[in-house]
Structures are given as structure tokens and as C-alpha cells.
Design a protein around this ligand. Structure first.
Ligand code: HQG
Length: 180
């Protein structure tokens, strides 16, 4: 499979497994898992053809490890980034002292007033390093990197989760925990 095809399938999987499984009449279970055989068949009916081996390649080579199989590779899900209501069933975990959030400069005034909201996604996404946060912010415009005092949040009883692909998740970041 060439890189363009790999990316095309990856983008399609993001749409189906995070946002709109109904596009191909696919059902995800409560934890976000799709049956691999059903995904392949229904994708083909939606004119998106790929084999199990193609899927394995996309999962393995994906730059952000966006998708994961279950143990026997009969099921697949997105590791984070959902807008649909599923429960990733992640355990709460103690965050590092600081995490980073990349956003666009144009969002700053609103964030400093209202805090970081999850918007259309299920969680607020935070990064362990500034480089990743910069890339995330650049998707929205001129990037700004916010340093979040996550140790303080944790001490205040706020829950954190770490997705299978290393993205830190929480429900909301109050503006008082943001250091610019
Ligand atoms: C902003 C990508 C104004 C927030 C990335 C962000 C990530 C506010 C935008 C993942 C706000 C939401 C998620 C407020 C939040 N006022 N703006 N009060 N509160 N915002 O795309 O974090 O490539 O839903 O700062 O790598 O950018 O898809 O979230 O700019 O991990 O795998 O509202 O998506 O991963 O944008 O990105 P998003 P995000 P993938």
C-alpha cells in the first residue's frame, strides 16, 4: 500500500471510529470497539476497499497510533479523539506536574475567561511535550502553547486519563490552572 492510500484509509477510519460510524451503518460497542470483519465488509459497501492486512498496516504505521486492535485482532477502535458518546474505560492516572495544550492565538481570550472546554470531543486533550502541543495548535491557526499545572489539578481531585497512544485526557481545565 502506498502512503497516499494509507492516509486515505486512516482518515476514513478516524471518521468512522471516532465520529460517524452510521455513515456505513456500523455499530460500535459501548467501549468504542468495532468488529473488524464487519468494518471491512461495510466499508467496501461504502466504496472504501481494504483488506485485513491493509488494516494491520495502517494500525502499525499510523504516525499517532490512532487505532488499536484488541488482543486477537477481531476488534478495532480509535484510541482517543471521539465525538460520539463511548466509554474508553481508561483508568485514572496521576499526571506529570505539567502538561501542555496547543491552541490558536485567536482562542486565547475566550480560554482565559472560560477555561479549556472539550468542545465537540469527549475530553480536553493535553500533550506531554511542547512539540506535540505546537502541532496540535497549528491545526487551528497561529499556535500558542499553554502550560497546565496538572499536579495542582490532580491534588484538587480532578481526574486524568492516558490514552493507549499517549494523549492525556481530562474533562475541563479551569483557567486558574493555566500558566502562559
Ligand atoms: C479550543 C488531534 C475558545 C481548543 C490532536 C482547541 C489532538 C477553546 C479547540 C486531538 C475553548 C478544540 C484534539 C474556549 C477549548 N474558548 N476555544 N473556552 N476551550 N478551545 O480539535 O485539542 O490528529 O476538538 O483549544 O493531535 O485541538 O485528530 O481539540 O483549539 O490530540 O488524531 O477548541 O486531535 O488528533 O479543537 O485536538 P479539537 P484539540 P488527531
Amino acid at each position: 500500500m502506498n502512503e497516499i492510500e494509507n492516509k486515505r484509509i486512516s482518515k476514513f477510519l478516524s471518521l468512522i471510529l471516532r465520529h460517524q460510524p452510521e455513515t456505513i451503518q456500523l455499530k460500535l460497542d459501548e467501549n468504542g470497539w468495532a468488529e473488524v470483519s464487519e468494518l471491512i465488509t461495510k466499508s467496501a459497501k461504502g466504496r472504501m476497499h481494504f483488506s485485513f492486512e491493509d488494516l494491520e498496516e495502517v494500525v502499525e504505521t499510523n504516525n499517532k497510533k490512532r487505532f488499536a486492535f484488541n488482543e486477537d485482532k477481531t476488534k478495532i477502535r480509535a484510541s482517543q479523539g471521539h465525538s460520539i458518546d463511548i466509554d474508553l474505560a481508561l483508568k485514572t492516572i496521576q499526571p506529570p506536574d505539567f502538561l501542555y495544550h496547543g491552541t490558536a492565538e485567536t482562542n486565547m481570550a475566550s480560554i482565559l475567561e472560560k477555561g479549556i472546554q472539550k468542545r465537540s470531543r469527549q475530553h480536553v486533550h493535553l500533550s506531554a511535550d511542547k512539540e506535540t502541543a505546537t502541532k496540535v495548535g497549528m491545526r487551528h491557526g497561529k499556535p500558542v502553547i499553554l502550560t497546565i499545572r496538572t499536579k495542582e489539578m490532580h491534588e484538587d481531585g480532578i481526574a486524568f486519563y492516558l490514552s493507549a497512544n499517549g494523549v492525556w485526557l481530562t474533562d475541563f481545565v479551569d483557567a486558574k490552572y493555566i500558566s502562559k
